[in-house]
Write a protein that binds this ligand. Structure first.
Ligand SMILES: Nc1ncnc2c1ncn2[C@@H]1O[C@H](COP(=O)(O)OS(=O)(=O)O)[C@@H](OP(=O)(O)O)[C@H]1O
Ligand SMILES: [Mg+2]
Ligand SMILES: [Mg+2]
Ligand SMILES: [Mg+2]
Length: 349
């Protein structure tokens, strides 16, 4: 089976990283939150998760050249002001790896942790293999105690060939607009390999099931997902598309991170709309894992002009106006509705 050992390594890496994140979220201290140069938040768990995934992938796949494109870098941790944070991250990483119970594990130093984080500096591209990692997607959700995801994908010759989404706070049962907060058991791991479908299991590894996107052909019955943060996606535009053009009746389901792709892949809702505000450039780690999870479950992810998402151009994902995801049946209707709304918006400016 192609990519079998890569998938096993990716599931192990993302599950362990999820354990680290859960530990930090439980005991979240203000001092564990920092601001990056673009003013977005970063926590010891973002860095720790990146270090764990990088370390585990390198250890589990020793015979392969290792290239990782990941969100965080160690710049701030190398400054004098970052030393305490670095120590705390190193402790967390060591506790998490020791808790895995693997034999022959030797304690990592702060330098090992810096190096593991900086493995993520690869630029990706259209040749060879590159792992793509968002160590915590939805850091704002993580800080609110809401949804977040550890999102890990493998690119081969510019195409996503496998993806794993660990969603520690996502209920095991549907979170569609009619059934919100129905179940109280949380922690889902979605995974997909190209051509082999999408599966969901509990984060602790039990009860694996194959998942499929919603089969609805009627947009009035569909519910849609969008970003929790209005600063990340235009809620006005999505409501004009969904409610006005498509006749969607249910209110939007707003959750953070690629947990949206996971929820969509098991049919919790039927549509995901994402329209970043002007000037924002999407990154591949915010979509690669989610994209294969939803497409292997029978969905389609495109930019707002109907182009497939192209992960082969480096760390940015250049898209026209936004990203839309739905099932095969609804995509033509959705594309038409998006075009009409974008045209109306342009002519009113
Ligand atoms: N201004 C702006 N516009 C669009 N997108 C942005 C913006 N700023 C950040 N981001 C990215 O959004 C990632 C969070 O995912 P979502 O937007 O799906 O979730 S949510 O807005 O928090 O609900 C978030 O990922 P993380 O940084 O990994 O949390 C960002 O990469
Ligand atoms: Mg992200
Ligand atoms: Mg992130
Ligand atoms: Mg971030």
């Amino acid at each position: 089976m192609p990519y079998e050992k890569e998938l096993a390594a990716a599931k192990k890496a993302a599950s362990l990283a999820a354990r680290l994140c859960q530990k930090v979220q439980k005991a979240l201290l203000q001092s564990d939150v920092h601001s990056k140069s673009d003013k977005s938040p970063v926590t010891v768990a973002d860095y720790g998760s990146q270090a764990v995934v990088s370390f585990v992938l390198e250890r589990e796949l020793p015979s392969e050249p290792f290239s990782l494109v990941a969100e965080e870098d160690s710049g701030d941790l190398r400054k004098d002001s970052g030393q305490e944070t670095l120590k705390r991250i190193t402790e967390l990483v060591n506790d998490t790896l020791a808790g895995e119970g693997s034999h022959g594990f030797s304690t990592l130093t702060t330098d090992d942790v810096l190096r593991a984080i900086d493995n993520g500096k690869s630029e990706g591209g259209s040749s060879g293999r590159h792992w793509v990692l968002d160590p915590i997607d939805g850091t704002k959700g993580f800080l609110r105690g809401d949804q977040y995801a550890i999102a890990l994908a493998l690119l081969h010759e510019g195409k996503v060939v496998l993806g794993v989404l660990a969603c520690p706070n996502l209920p095991l049962t549907s979170i569609g607009s009619n059934q919100q907060h129905s179940g109280n058991e949380v922690g889902c791991l979605f995974f997909a390999k190209v051509g082999e479908g999408t599966y969901m299991q509990t984060l602790d590894g039990s009860s694996q099931t194959r998942v499929h996107v919603s089969a609805t052909e009627n947009p009035e019955e569909a519910s849609f997902f969008e970003s929790y943060e209005a600063a990340h996606s235009s809620h006005d535009l999505s409501s004009s598309i969904a409610e006005v053009k498509l006749g969607v009746k249910a209110p939007p389901v707003r959750i953070d991170s690629q947990a949206k792709y996971g929820a969509l892949s098991r049919g919790d809702g039927a549509i995901y709309l994402r329209f970043p505000h002007k000037g924002y450039r999407e990154k591949i780690w915010d979509h690669a894992a989610g994209c294969i999870v939803v497409t292997e479950a029978g969905g389609v992810a495109m930019d707002a002009a109907g182009n497939p998402l192209d992960f082969s151009k480096g760390k940015f994902l250049d898209v026209a106006s936004g990203i839309i995801v739905t099932n095969q049946k609804l995509m033509p209707l959705l594309l038409r509705a998006v075009k009409e709304s974008l045209d109306e918006r342009a002519s009113s400016l």
